[in-house]
Design a protein around this ligand. Sequence first.
Ligand code: DAT
Ligand code: MG
Length: 140
Amino acid sequence: MATERTFSMIKPDATKRNLTGKINAKFEDAGLRIVAQKRLHLSKAQAGEFYKVHAERPFYDELCEFMASGPVVAQVLEGENAIAKNREVMGATNPADADEGTIRADFAESVGENSVHGSDAPETAKEEISFFFSGLEIVG
Ligand code: DAT
Ligand code: MG
């Protein structure tokens, strides 16, 4: 295992319910360090660009509308095995399938409004981090 960085985003359903601190506590309790963080309100076009890998999926339009419906918190998380560890802390995409104590089990409202995004592999982590952050904004 090596120290890794991953991209995380707290989604509008969670920022609207004032859950940023509670979600960050779960990252920190799991040993993930928040080495960059900023609050943004994405346009639908920016959300579409970020999620373009899902452009052909039936829920794409709904997903982009939702991601532009309120503020998000974009983050870089650092730690041992950070990509996999973050996915564990997040829980399954559908909160009905998420393990007890995960962010999605505790906070997500539905499969679409599921409180957090996390990169799924080293290549996507790198791309997603550079979509939102310059090197100077990441302080390990
Ligand atoms: P994850 O966010 O766990 O990586 P994903 O990459 O498969 O999941 O999908 C990206 C987002 O798209 C997901 O967080 C919520 C939305 N989504 C996925 N499947 C969906 C579905 N069946 N209906 C509505 N939204 C969905
Ligand atoms: Mg994904």
